[in-house]
Design a protein around this ligand. Structure first.
Ligand code: ADP
Length: 215
């Protein structure tokens, strides 16, 4: 883990390299009126962080990276698989009543629905409310009647970047994405095996960890 919190001297080094590149460590040291050995740890940090690039016998270059770029790169490198949580799943035949109870017990806002073990639907709080107003028999009606169904479900994959998953949440104005592995059935059709979920909370938690330097 590299925490990029630059010191004043390191910022100065970056400025010098930006305007005089390529520049040797000796010349950087001269400009700062310091010895080369004093600078060595700073140059090592800046090179490790990818902010400077050292070429033997030529000197130091600025790579164009800033701390902000480093954060963006870090986020892009995090995969859905690294962050996904356990999905709450019910079968299509589950009654609306039982699914509502599950939502309370599990303290979640979205339930994923499966048929024969494969993803078939998604039910959110609003879906329940909409149908509760309709005066439906909640004990007798299966969840399949009110869920948002395949193929209209927005999914993410374990190998997708967490940034792309967050973009899907925003673009589709939804709270949660099922994490799936695609499989091809015997009849040639594609189906999704549920392996996790990514929610707005997943992204908020990551945001807090990035902000407090815990990632
Ligand atoms: P809430 O009901 O709390 O506003 P959402 O904004 O996630 O929750 O859900 C809004 C609508 O989008 C609901 O009808 C829900 O079934 C549907 N929905 C939720 N998640 C998905 C998803 N991943 N793909 C497609 N539709 C979804």
């Amino acid at each position: 883990m590299i925490k990029i919190q630059l010191t004043e001297r390191q910022e100065k080094i970056i400025d010098i390299v930006k305007s005089h590149q390529p520049i040797t460590s000796e010349n950087i040291a001269k400009k700062l009126k310091l010895t080369r050995s004093t600078l060595r740890p700073d140059l090592a940090i800046l090179t490790m962080a990818g902010i400077l690039d050292a070429r033997p016998k030529v000197g130091y270059f600025f790579t164009g990276k800033t701390s902000f770029n480093a954060i963006a790169e870090k986020i892009r490198s995090i995969k859905v698989a690294d962050r996904k949580s356990v999905p709450v799943i019910v079968d299509e035949q589950t009654s609306i009543y039982d699914a509502i109870v599950t939502m309370f017990i599990e303290d979640i806002g979205t339930i994923f629905v499966t048929s024969n073990g494969y993803l078939s639907g998604v039910v959110s709080r609003k879906d329940f409310l909409k149908n509760a107003i309709g005066g439906m028999n909640l004990n007798k009606t299966p969840i399949a009647v009110i869920m948002t169904r395949m193929p209209n479900i927005i999914v993410t994959y374990p190998e997708e970047s967490i940034l792309d998953a967050a973009i899907k949440l925003i673009e589709h104005e939804i709270d949660s994405l099922p994490v799936v592995n695609e499989v091809v059935l015997e009849n040639g059709e594609k189906a999704y095996k549920l392996v996790g979920r990514v929610t707005k909370t997943t992204i908020t938690r990551l945001f807090v960890e990035l902000g407090t330097n815990e990632v």
